[in-house]
Design a protein around this ligand. Structure first.
Ligand code: PLP
Length: 399
C-alpha cells in the first residue's frame, strides 16, 4: 500500500507546471522564440552582482573546508546575525539571531511553521487569490484551509467576510503581500485594520491567532509603494521569507522563519519550528547560500527592469481591452478572463502559443495570471499574439 494522498499530489501537477511542460513541448515543435511562456515565476532579472561575486570569492577561499559542510539546524550563527542586523536597521526592530530559523526557501518556511503550529481540526485562513501550494502544505498537517474572498474590485481584504470566517478553531491566517498572483500590496491602513480585528478575535475566543506573513516579494515594489513590516503592527506575527525573488535565486533554496520574542509562547513555537524542520528531514539550509546571504541580505535585483516589463505588458493589455489589476509589487499581472471559464480562456490562448495560467487553483476562477519576470524581448514578441487573442474576444471585451 502507498499513501494515496501523496500519490494524488504527485499525479495532479499544478496548472502552472502543466503549462510550463506544454510550453517545452511546443518550443521543440515551433521554436523557442515562438512560444510566449508567462507560466512560471522564475525571475529573468539577474541576481545583484554582489551575489555572484560573493559566490566566486567563497569558492576561491581554499582555507574554508566547511564551506559545503552541515551548519547548525537553525542556520549558521553569522548568517542569522547578518540577517537580523539588516532587518533591525531597515525596520527599527530589535530581533536577535535566536529569533531566526534558516530554511530552504518560503515553501519550506511555510510547511515548517504550519507543521509546528497545527493539530488535527485547526483552521488556517487564506485570502483569495493565494499561492496554490498553501493548500498542499495545510492539508498535509491535518488542518483545514478556509478560503476568504478578497474585495474583487481591488483585491484588498474584505473585512466583513474575514470577520465571519474567523471561528474558535482559527489558529492562524496567512497573508502574502506583495501578492502572487494579483501584485497587490496591502496598505498600512489595511494591516492596522487586520491587527485590530485579529486582536479582538483573540480576546473573544481566549486564544492566540498567529498571523503568518509569506513575504518572498517584500522588496519587489514599484515607485513609492511601501510594504508595512507586519511584526510592528500585530504582536503574534511570524514571518516566512525567501531570497528566491529578491535575489533571483529560486533554485538555490534559501529563506527563513522569523519568530519574534514577543509572540505568545515564542520559545515553544521556536522549539516546534526546530522540531518540524527535523521531522520533515530538512537537516539544514544550503551551506554555501547561507554564506552568500551573510554578505548580501537586504539587496535586491534591479527593479527598473521589472518596472519596464510591467509597464510594457500592462499598457498593451489594457490598450487591447483587457481588465487588469495594476500591480504595485511582485512580477505578476492578474487579468480578468473575458469569458467565465478562465480554463477556456487559457486553452484558447494556447492556440496562439501564449501560456497564461488560469487562476482557479489560486481560489479566483474567472482570472488568469501572467508572470512577466521574463525576457523583455519575449514580451515585445508576444504582443501581436496577445492582440490576436483580444481580437478573438472582441465582443466580450467590448461589453
Ligand atoms: N509563496 C509565494 C506567494 C510564492 O509566490 C512562492 C513562489 O513562487 C513561494 C511562496 C515559494 O517560494 P520559494 O521558492 O522561496 O520556496
Amino acid at each position: 500500500m502507498i499513501n494515496e494522498q501523496m500519490k494524488n499530489y504527485g499525479m495532479n501537477r499544478s496548472a502552472i507546471r502543466d503549462l510550463f511542460e506544454f510550453g517545452n513541448q511546443r518550443k521543440a515543435i515551433v521554436g523557442e522564440d515562438n512560444v510566449f511562456d508567462y507560466s512560471l515565476g522564475n525571475p529573468n532579472v539577474a541576481a545583484p552582482a554582489d551575489v555572484n561575486n560573493t559566490i566566486k570569492e567563497l569558492l576561491a577561499s581554499k582555507n574554508d573546508i566547511y564551506l559545503h559542510g552541515y551548519t547548525s539546524a537553525q542556520g549558521d550563527a553569522a548568517c542569522r546575525e547578518a540577517i537580523v542586523k539588516d532587518l533591525n536597521k531597515r525596520f527599527g526592530t530589535t530581533f536577535n539571531k535566536d529569533n531566526l530559523y534558516i530554511t530552504c526557501g518560503a515553501a519550506a518556511s511555510l510547511k515548517i511553521i504550519l507543521t509546528a503550529l497545527y493539530t488535527e481540526g485547526d483552521e488556517v485562513i487564506v485570502l483569495t487569490p493565494y499561492f496554490p501550494e498553501y493548500k498542499v502544505f495545510v492539508e498535509t498537517t491535518g488542518a483545514k484551509l478556509v478560503e476568504v474572498m478578497s474585495d474583487q474590485s481591488n483585491f484588498q481584504i474584505d473585512f466583513d467576510l474575514l470577520e465571519k470566517a474567523i471561528t474558535p478553531q482559527t489558529k492562524s491566517m496567512i497573508v502574502n503581500s506583495p501578492n502572487n498572483p494579483s501584485g497587490v500590496v496591502y496598505t498600512e491602513e489595511t494591516i492596522k485594520k487586520l491587527a485590530t480585528l485579529l486582536e479582538a478575535k483573540e480576546k473573544e475566543y481566549g486564544h492566540s491567532i498567529y498571523l503568518i506573513t509569506d513575504e518572498p516579494y517584500r522588496e519587489l515594489v514599484y515607485d513609492d509603494i511601501k510594504v508595512p513590516f507586519v511584526t510592528k503592527y500585530y504582536k503574534n506575527t511570524v514571518v516566512c521569507y525567501s531570497y528566491s525573488k529578491s535575489l533571483a535565486l529560486p533554485g538555490e533554496r534559501i529563506g527563513y522563519i522569523l519568530v519574534p520574542d514577543e509572540i505568545d509562547d515564542a520559545k515553544d513555537i521556536y522549539a516546534a519550528v526546530c522540531g518540524a524542520g527535523r521531522a520533515l528531514g530538512y537537516v539544514c539550509a544550503p551551506s554555501l547560500m547561507q554564506h552568500v546571504i551573510e554578505k548580501c541580505t537586504g539587496q535586491v535585483s534591479d527593479m527598473n527592469e521589472y518596472k519596464e516589463k510591467r509597464d510594457l505588458l500592462y499598457n498593451a493589455l489594457t490598450e487591447y481591452g483587457f481588465t487588469c489589476i495594476h500591480p504595485d509589487g511582485a512580477f505578476y499581472l492578474f487579468v480578468k478572463s473575458p469569458v467565465p471559464s478562465s480554463q477556456a480562456f487559457s486553452d484558447k490562448a494556447k492556440e496562439f502559443d501564449l501560456l497564461i495560467v488560469p487562476a482557479d487553483s489560486f481560489g479566483t476562477p474567472g482570472f488568469v495570471r501572467l508572470a512577466y519576470c521574463v525576457a523583455t524581448d519575449m514580451i515585445k514578441r508576444s504582443l501581436p499574439a496577445l492582440k490576436k487573442l483580444a481580437d478573438y474576444y472582441k465582443d466580450e471585451l467590448n461589453q
